[in-house]
Write a protein that binds this ligand. Structure first.
Ligand SMILES: Cc1cc2nc3c(=O)[nH]c(=O)nc-3n(C[C@H](O)[C@H](O)[C@H](O)COP(=O)(O)OP(=O)(O)OC[C@H]3O[C@@H](n4cnc5c(N)ncnc54)[C@H](O)[C@@H]3O)c2cc1C
Length: 471
């Protein structure tokens, strides 16, 4: 055994996927250290603890974690029930983290600031693979590891409100009026919304959850107003598959939202691209720029930014990563999950091979592995870490035998004939990826296929032509 092999595997993050990695490492007899920035297991999940998830318990428990828990006499929850985030922590993640096999290896308040290889900057190659990983915490403490499983999620890096992916003008100055996704509208955060006008920005499940809570609050507290702004011309994506959704809880969410909008309890603004924000008399003015270049202003009390999340790869900036330029996932995984292409949250089984970077021994897993794709599921992450840990243990047969046990899709378009083989003016479109298993989003066509009302320019820049194959 080399000196490198005697070091622990470092797992960054004690969320569902980081803890699952620790359970698999334990089963394989590989030493590990779990570094968690928060003060408890599931620190990110706890922040959306009031939200009920849409996948039942049976898909939310990692098999290796379950084996360890069962051996300790754990009483499993009803596998068909839908837990809240708080229940996920209290009934599963915390008991798992407290197991004597894992507890001594978990460190809380340990935020990773940067990862490199001991004695090697990114440029240096010879002998690199034998060099231990060097992990620096924000306290300055340094830890060495034989491999790094980065399960740090994306909760800490939400997308901005500005339509072009950059902060809207004045977004930083208006921070006091902005809410992170999924505030606890009916609980701890109620006072910030009661009797006030809130603008919710975004078209995903987070936006839908917040809108439904605000509609409930509006029914209880007079003067509570709710406006919902989306960039696309239609809310169909958020309404989802209704009764046909593979996950009934998620279908019901969309149907309830549609009812509130139809009844005027939630005011819907489509084609809404935020250009600027500015505080005005204790409120915030939101300037929207329309397709014809004209501006419109909406003044509200609070803005909930439910615009999704993006991965923070800066901690791994000194490592050799090969990231897809669109998704910020590995190049092998990105085409399987790109919402520009896929109508579903489906994904073929994937593991160590799809997650590998040129930096051998570093794997981003879990929510972070999906980059900007919004369709990650815990069950997918559990299979990722099973495969990665098997590879770290040298069991490549198990590592490559990837499986995914997810519900069959309900309403997405899975007919390859609909998406392949057509010739565009630029030649044949690429073949669709192999059949995928996963969860339907309830949308036909790519998630991002709806055209946006883009702001027109008076004249094309010099050298630009209008042909679809123009280079
Ligand atoms: C509201 C909501 C509902 C969801 N519902 C479902 C569902 O129904 N079914 C489903 O399968 N999935 C669902 N998901 C998606 C996903 O499965 C969860 O977000 C899940 O928590 C992802 O697990 P993770 O371990 O990858 O990341 P996280 O749970 O985000 O855990 C990451 C951990 O890393 C820690 N961390 C971050 N940065 C650092 C650092 N630099 N150093 C050390 N530690 C760090 C964080 O504190 C956190 O504890 C949902 C997500 C959200 C937000």
């Amino acid at each position: 055994m080399s000196a490198l092999d005697q070091l622990p595997v470092a797992v960054i993050g004690a969320g569902p996927v980081g803890l699952a990695a620790a359970a698999h490492l334990r089963e394989r007899g590989l030493p590990c250290t779990v570094l968690e920035a928060g003060d408890t297991a599931g620190a990110a999940v706890r922040q959306w603890g009031h939200v009920r998830v849409f996948s039942p318990w049976r898909y939310n428990i990692d098999p290796a974690a379950r084996r360890l828990l069962d051996d300790a006499g754990w009483v499993a929850p009803d596998l068909d029930a839908l837990p809240t985030g708080a229940e996920l922590v209290a009934d599963y993640l915390r008991p798992l983290a407290e197991l004597p096999q894992l507890k001594p290896h978990l460190r809380y308040g340990a935020r990773v600031a940067a990862i490199s290889r001991l004695g090697y900057d990114r440029l240096r190659t010879a002998g690199r693979e034998q060099a231990p990983f060097l992990i620096r915490l924000t306290t300055g403490e340094e830890i060495q590891a034989r491999a790094v499983i980065d399960a740090s999620g994306t909760w800490g890096t939400p997308n901005v409100l500005g339509a072009s992916g950059l902060p809207a003008r004045g977004e930083k100055d208006a921070a006091a009026f902005l809410e992170h996704a999924l505030p606890d509208v009916l609980g701890a955060d109620r006072d910030r919304f009661a009797g006030r006008h809130t603008l919710v920005v975004g078209a995903g499940h987070s936006a839908a959850n917040t809108l439904l809570s605000l509609a409930d609050l509006a029914a209880q507290v007079p003067g509570t107003e709710v406006t919902w702004a989306i960039r696309s011309p239609s809310p169909a994506r958020t309404y989802g598959g209704g009764d046909a959704d593979a996950l009934p809880a998620r279908g019901a969410l969309g149907s309830r939202l549609r009812d509130h909008v139809g009844a005027g309890r939630i005011r819907l603004l489509t084609g809404f691209s935020i250009h600027a924000l500015s505080p005005v008399d204790g409120r915030v003015a939101v300037v929207v720029r329309h397709a014809d270049g004209t501006d419109e202003q909406v003044v509200v009390d609070r803005i909930v930014a439910a615009t999704g999340f993006r991965p923070d790869h800066s901690i791994a900036a000194e490592l050799r990563l090969d990231l897809d330029p669109v998704m910020g996932a590995t190049r092998a995984l990105a085409p399987l999950i790109d919402p520009n292409e896929h109508s579903c949250g489906t994904v073929p089984p994937h593991g160590v091979d799809e997650l590998a970077h040129p930096e051998s021994g570093y794997y981003a897993v879990g929510m972070k592995s999906y980059g900007r794709a919004p369709t990650f599921l815990m069950a997918t992450g559990y299979e990722q870490v099973r495969s990665v840990v098997a590879a770290l243990a040298g069991d490549w047969t198990a590592a490559r035998d990837v499986q995914l046990d997810l519900p069959e899709t309900g309403v997405c378009n899975s007919d390859p004939a609909d998406s392949t083989g057509t010739d565009s003016c630029c030649g044949p479109t690429p073949a669709a990826p192999p059949a995928a298993k996963g969860l339907a989003t309830g949308i036909s066509g790519g998630l991002l296929s709806t055209p946006l009302n883009l702001i027109s320019l008076d004249a094309p820049a010099s050298g630009q032509t209008g042909g679809c194959c123009a280079g």
